[in-house]
Design a protein around this ligand. Sequence first.
Ligand code: SF4
Length: 357
Amino acid sequence: MLNLLDLAPADAEKVLREFAVAHGQAAYRGTQVVPHLWTKPVASFAEMTDLPLAFRQLLAEHFSLPRLPLEMEQRSVDGTRKFLFRMHDGQAIETVAIPDGDRLTFCISSQVGCALQCAFCATGAMGFARNLAVHEIAGQVRELALLDPPLRATNIVFMGMGEPLMNWKAVTEVLTILNDPKGFGIGARHITVSTVGVLPGIVALGQRKEQFRLALSIHAPSDELRRTLMPVNIKYPLADVIDAAAAFDRRVTFEYVMLGGVNDAATHADQLAALARRCQAFVNLIPLHPGGAMGFTPTAPEAIAKFARRIRNAGVEVAIRKSRGMDIAAACGQLRVERLRRRPPAAADHDREIDVA
Ligand code: SF4
C-alpha cells in the first residue's frame, strides 16, 4: 500500500490522478484528494466527504494515511505545548508548539536519538535509534493540525530531536511539503533548519531555491574547545563550517549555549563575534537549563548579559534567549529528559526568541 504522506504534494497528485483515471474516474478526483493530505488534513479517506463514497473506499484499499498516535501532552503556563508521539515501532519523539503573539512555532524532530554525542545534550547521550521517515517528520505538523481545535504552524524550526542534516533525504522532502502551497504553505523564511555543521547538508540546503533559513549550533568558537564539546567537529572542523556558512547566501543564525566556566570568557565572546562577522550571522545566546546538563553549570545571567554586550560592541547582532525550565532550541533532547525524569512541566518563557528566522 502506497503511503501518500511520504510523497511531495506534486508527486502525490500525479499518482492520484493516474489512479483515478485507471479506475474509471475523472482525473480531477485525484486532485481533490491532495488538500486533504496537508492543507486541510483529515484523519482518513472516509472523511474526504467531497469525494464519492465508492472512490473513497477504493482509495482506502490502495493507499495509506498513517497517523502518529499522540501518547502524551504537557502544557506550560505560557501556552507552550509539548506532544509525545509514539511511532509504529515503539519509538517516541517530541514536538513542541510555541505561541508568540500571532505566531505559532513548531519545533519538530527529525531523528529518534542522535549519533553526534554533543557533551551537553541528552539526545546525544541516548544514542542513535533511527532516522524518521518523511511522513513521521511532516506528520508531526499534520497531527497538530488534526487536533480539535487545530494547531496550525506559522513557523517551523528543526530543533527537536536529532540532527536534520544527517537525515537530508527525508528532510528535503519535508521542506517541500512544509513550503508548497499544496502542502502546508509555510513561507521558506519561516522554516529554519538547525545543524551542528554537517557540511554536505549545508551545501544541499543552500542549493534549494527556496529561502529556507539556516541555524548553526556553534557552542564553541575554537576547534580546540569545540572538539571537546562536539565530536562532530573532528569530521567537520569549525573553519570549514564557517566557510560554508559564509557561502550560504541567506541569513544565518549562530546558536551558542552558555556553559559556565567553559565557553563564556571574554576571549570566547571576541572569537565568536569574529566568526559571526565573517558570516554576517545573528547570534543567539542560550542560557543552559537551570538544572545544568551532563555536569555543566549555567553561566550567571549578568555574565551572559556582559558576554552579549561584548559581542554587540563588536558590531554583531545578538539576542539572549530567555529560558527557564527547558530550552527547546538549545538542547535537542532536554525535553525528553524532562519527561523521563518525571518532573512536572516547567514554565518556559523562551518563546519570544524561539523564532530564529
Ligand atoms: S545537540 Fe543536536 S546534534 Fe548534538 S547530540 Fe544533541 S541532538 Fe545530536
